[in-house]
Design a binder for this molecule. Sequence first.
Ligand code: NAD
Ligand code: TDX
Length: 358
Amino acid sequence: MEQFKNTIIVTGGAGFIGSHLVKRLVKRYPETRIVNVDALTYAGNLENLTEVEAEPNYVFVKADICDEEAMTRLFREYEADGVIHLAAESHVDRSITDPLAFVRTNVLGTITLLQAAQQYWESLPEGYEGKKFHHVSTDEVYGALEPGDGLFMETTRYNPHSPYSSSKASSDHFVRAWHDTYGMPTVVTNCSNNYGPNQFPEKLIPLFINNIRHRRPLPVYGKGENVRDWLFVGDHAEALDLVFHKGEAGETYNIGGNNEWRNIDLVKALIKAVDAELGNPEGASLDLITYVTDRKGHDLRYAIDASKIERELGWTPATDFEEGLRKTVRWYLDNPEWLEHVTSGAYADYYRRMYGNR
Ligand code: NAD
Ligand code: TDX
């Protein structure tokens, strides 16, 4: 068996952000074993990881983070030194129709993982020395901002509104409780909206690219005035790598793109980019914009102050938005079989329920 210097468990590594992170870690740290633990729900897809699956330092384990026995076994079997925890139910609309699934994975799953890490690390002679539990969370835990309200800071009071953000807020509190109560070296990162290749086409950007391609309506919620901050997924993976390796135990780091867009303006920019890549005349797909009933409890604005991670760890987002969007559009247009695979089966049923035959 190969000898590795250390082992990092990444949960949710077959999902959107997790797969970008796993690919980065496997390539960058050949002496570290990267164990990808994923239940392969509708959102998990091993096709995202083909470029690293043959690497000697990559291991995939299909397991549910709510499975106590499996999690306990996992830490012992792989002698894990660190965890980067991304496994979650991640889509706000789904949390509105099926909140319990979010409590199960996001809250109970996180606690199950914390307990398994605690049990294993406390059984070692060195205890928590050299160990790290990194919990990946969202800016949505801070609630919503008005247009002139400033930015979310690490010290902003938690005020979640959706079942999704409430479940993530709860899990953040539990992670901090494990630091404060048991002395586990934990870090929490709260990030804004990610975009890029491999994102499941239920989220705004990939859903709309796919719909433009097929000349389907683009369902803009409400008046399209909600504001989100967008970060390229590769930049997020870089920030996670940095925080996991250099972040201070007990600390929280906000991660953002300094890149706020009103949804309707973003949709127009996306239409421009897709039309250009498809060789359509500019504005050809603007007629697809369709205003639909607003999301229940739709938060007006999210915006991140990421100055702490810049000041303390030297990270800033590197990808220019126009370039990131162009790359993303190109990737979806070049990978129709990926879209075909992920939109079949369980997702197809959900998609039909939510969107009919659009
Ligand atoms: P995703 O939905 O694309 O992937 C989630 C992954 O977790 C999937 O591979 C799925 O199979 C796995 N998973 C789900 N339930 C599981 C369980 N019970 N046991 C094991 N694996 C399970 O999500 P994403 O967009 O990549 O988000 C990853 C993390 O980042 C989440 O924790 C999310 O809350 C957070 N986050 C996402 C964004 C964003 O814009 N996408 C922004 C900020 C924070
Ligand atoms: O069809 C749509 N029409 C629409 O107007 C969809 C899917 C979305 N929207 C709006 C809702 C939001 O204001 O676009 C915005 C972005 O929506 P999503 O892509 O669903 O993302 P959001 O709800 O902002 O949450 C995302 O970012 C934070 C991720 O899904 C979360 O996991 C992350 O924590």
